[in-house]
Design a protein around this ligand. Structure first.
Ligand SMILES: *Cc1c(COP(=O)(O)O)cnc(C)c1O
Length: 230
C-alpha cells in the first residue's frame, strides 16, 4: 500500500513537471515519516525511497540507527536551540531555520564538530500566527544576510508550509512568492540553484508547478497520523 502511494505521488509529480516544462529529476520527494513505525519506513525504503523527513528530534535520533546508512534525513519540524547538538552532523538538511539565534547555534555546533550544515530558511509566507517564521520579507532578508556570514553553515534555499486548505489553488501565489524571493532578493546569499522546499499532501502538485524542488509528503504516503499513540 505504501508502495502504491509512492507510485501515485511520483506520477502526480511527473505530470506536474510536464505541465510546467520542468524535469522530473529536479524534484525530490521527501517521505514525511513522523509518528510512523520503522516497519513503514522500511517499506518506503524498499520501494526505493531515500529521503525521509522527521519533525521531532528525539524520534529522529531514535530512527537514524534503525535505518540503512544511505538514508538522507531531513529535519523539517520546529527546532529548539538546545536540541541542535543532537542532530548536527546526522541530517543532510535542516529545513526549519526560522531565527538567526537558531542558525547561530547550528553554526557553533557545526564548527565544534568540524562539519558543514546545509540549511533552508523557513518563511511564513502567509503570515499565519500558528506557524514559525515571519512573513516580513525585509526582516527575512536581513536574517538571511546575517546567517550567510556564519561559519560552517550553508544556505541552500528556502522552505515554507502554506496554509492548510481544501483547495490547493489558494496556495499558488504563496509558492510563486517564495520562488520569486529566492531568485531575486535572497539569491546572492543562497549557495547554488535555490532549493525550494514547499508543498505537502494537500498542495504538492501546485507547488511543483510553481517550482518546488522538494516536496514533503506524509499523509499521502503513510496515511493519516495517530498522535494518541505517541
Ligand atoms: C507533517 C509535515 C508535513 C507532511 O504533511 P502531510 O500533510 O501529511 O503531507 C510536511 N511538512 C511539515 C513541516 C510537516 O510538519
Amino acid at each position: 500500500m505504501i508502495k502504491d502511494n509512492i507510485k501515485f505521488v511520483k506520477e502526480n509529480i511527473k505530470r506536474a513537471c510536464e505541465k510546467a516544462g520542468r524535469k522530473t529529476e529536479e524534484v525530490t520527494l521527501i517521505d514525511v515519516s513522523k509518528t510512523k513505525s520503522i516497519e513503514m519506513l522500511k517499506e518506503a525504503y524498499d520501494a526505493g525511497e531515500r529521503d525521509f523527513g522527521e519533525n521531532y528530534v528525539q524520534e529522529l535520533v531514535d530512527k537514524i540507527p534503525q535505518m540503512p546508512e544511505d538514508v538522507r534525513w531531513h529535519m523539517i519540524g520546529h527546532l529548539q536551540t538546545n536540541k541542535v547538538k543532537y542532530i548536527v552532523g546526522k541530517v543532510s538538511l535542516i529545513h526549519s531555520v526560522d531565527t538567526l539565534h537558531l542558525a547561530q547555534a547550528i553554526s557553533k555546533e557545526s564548527v565544534k564538530r568540524d562539519v558543514t550544515s546545509d540549511i533552508l530558511v523557513e518563511i511564513n509566507v502567509a503570515g499565519e500566527e500558528s506557524k514559525f517564521g515571519t512573513s516580513d520579507m525585509s526582516a527575512n532578508l536581513e536574517m538571511i544576510k546575517e546567517i550567510s556570514k556564519l561559519p560552517n553553515i550553508v544556505i541552500k534555499g528556502l522552505m515554507t508550509s502554506a496554509p492548510y486548505t481544501e483547495d490547493p489553488e489558494t496556495n499558488r501565489d504563496y509558492f510563486k512568492e517564495l520562488k520569486a524571493f529566492a531568485y531575486n532578493e535572497a539569491k546572492e546569499y543562497i549557495s547554488g540553484t535555490p532549493v525550494l522546499s514547499m508543498g505537502m499532501t494537500g498542495d504538492y502538485v501546485v507547488a511543483v508547478e510553481e517550482g518546488a524542488t522538494m516536496v514533503r509528503v506524509g499523509t499521502g504516503i503513510f496515511g493519516e497520523r495517530d498522535y494518541s499513540k505517541k
